[in-house]
Design a protein around this ligand. Structure first.
Ligand SMILES: Cc1ncc(COP(=O)(O)O)c(C=O)c1O
Length: 386
């Protein structure tokens, strides 16, 4: 436990709650969850499932009907064939990542991951008694690793690579050819590749992709685990539902582990999630995606006006990773001062980046336009007055 670090973001949030309790209006550009509710069709499906009494456990893999819909989604959108046997429905991407680490990481072995990345990844690995080995990834590669870097960091203790595309906190993606080259390195080293695609549907400048469609996979690379979730694109963070796509030969082992660890993912949420793949639900989510894109463009424009650099343009998720090193040596202090002075809550990069987080902040634009406009105008006056 002493190796598990606290979530420093929570300190900023605690400070924000204290201010709110004193009656201050706090604008949260901090939280990694959509301001949209779950689509109405999904809420209706939940109510129907509850009235129909679907309240017992499902099997550990999840409802077959839902797994079939996920397979159809991959076939339609990405022309890849996966069988329902390869799908495991989980309690969010969080449980999928935990399961993957518990199943694949041996005590004392290493897992490579970029710095910056989603902080819980380090702790999923630690929970399996493994060691997260960070690769310093800068703006020149969109804060994502390159295949060369992966190869250079791989040692005899390394079991695999964990990445996300688009990523949190940067909103950047890995180009398909680079990702393919990383899969080839993993194949050569006989390691695994976990690709977190939780923000897959929230992409703006080029179409959505999946690692399942990589040439390396088509030519037989088997140790790919793809993670996804209903949390972000479908606006269902609290429903705690995600899924993973497993290599056929590992599916049974993962199922055994899932049976023991959680029995199954929430049943009502599973029934409701079947409505996610209706045409009308997807059309609504696509409309919301356009709103996110407009918000991203607004934030990028506002930061450029204020003179806060965004060294790698985000093309997915709902985050902007901005460099405040010209204004402060400590992003924690800067965020705390900003909050006290203006009521705008933005999180420091320190949770996401052990190596360089003091230079960066993560702005979440999962808020409506009036909040974003007010927030950016307050950031502008805060910077100008210092
Ligand atoms: C990259 C990434 N992976 C996983 C998660 C966990 O998501 P879930 O709600 O599906 O457990 C998050 C949540 O913010 C995330 O940003």
């Amino acid at each position: 436990m002493s190796g598990i670090e606290p979530f420093y973001v929570m300190e900023v949030l605690k400070q924000a709650h204290r201010l709110a309790e004193k009656g201050r209006n706090v604008i949260h550009l901090s939280i990694g969850e959509p301001d949209f509710q779950a689509p109405p069709s999904v809420v209706q499906a939940l109510t129907d499932a509850a009235h129909a009494g679907h309240m017992g456990y499902t099997n550990a893999k999840g409802l077959l009907g839902l797994r079939e819909k996920i397979c159809a989604f991959y076939a339609k959108n990405f022309h890849v064939t996966v069988s329902p046997e390869q799908i495991l429905i989980t309690t969010g991407a969080s449980a999928a990542l935990t399961l993957a680490c518990l199943a694949l990481v041996e005590a004392g072995s290493d897992v490579l991951m970029p710095d910056p990345s989603y902080p819980c990844n380090r702790h999923f690995v630690a929970a399996a008694d493994g060691v997260a080995r960070l690769m310093d990834c800068g703006p020149e590669t969109g804060f994502q690793p390159t295949a060369l870097q992966v190869e250079q960091h791989w040692n005899q203790n390394t079991r695999g690579l964990m990445i996300a595309s688009p990523a949190n906190p940067t909103g950047t993606r890995i180009a398909a050819d680079e990702l393919n080259a990383m899969a080839e390195v993993c194949r050569k080293k006989q390691g695994f590749l976990i690709v977190d695609e939780i923000y897959q549907g929230l992409v703006y400048d080029r179409p959505a992709e999946t690692a399942l469609a990589l040439p390396a996979v088509a030519s037989g690379f088997e140790d790919l685990i793809v993670v996804n979730s209903f949390s972000k694109y479908f606006g269902m963070t609290g429903w705690r539902l995600g899924w993973m796509v497993l290599p056929e030969r590992l599916a049974h082992d993962f199922e055994k582990l899932a049976q023991n660890l959680s029995i199954c993912a929430p049943t009502l949420a599973q029934h409701a999630a079947m409505a996610c793949f209706h045409e009308n639900t997807l059309a609504l989510c696509e409309e919301r995606k356009t709103l996110f894109q407009n918000r991203r463009d607004f934030i990028l424009g506002a930061l450029a006006d204020i003179g806060v650099p965004v060294p790698a343009k985000p093309d997915g998720a709902f985050y902007v990773y901005a460099d405040i090193s010209a204004f402060s040596e400590s992003s924690v202090q800067w965020c705390s001062d900003l909050l006290n002075a203006t009521g705008v809550c933005i999180v420091p990069g320190t949770d996401f980046s052990v190596l360089n987080g003091h230079r960066y902040i993560r702005i979440s634009y999962a808020r409506d336009m009036p909040d974003l406009e007010k927030g950016m105008s307050l950031v502008r006056s805060f910077i100008q007055q210092r």
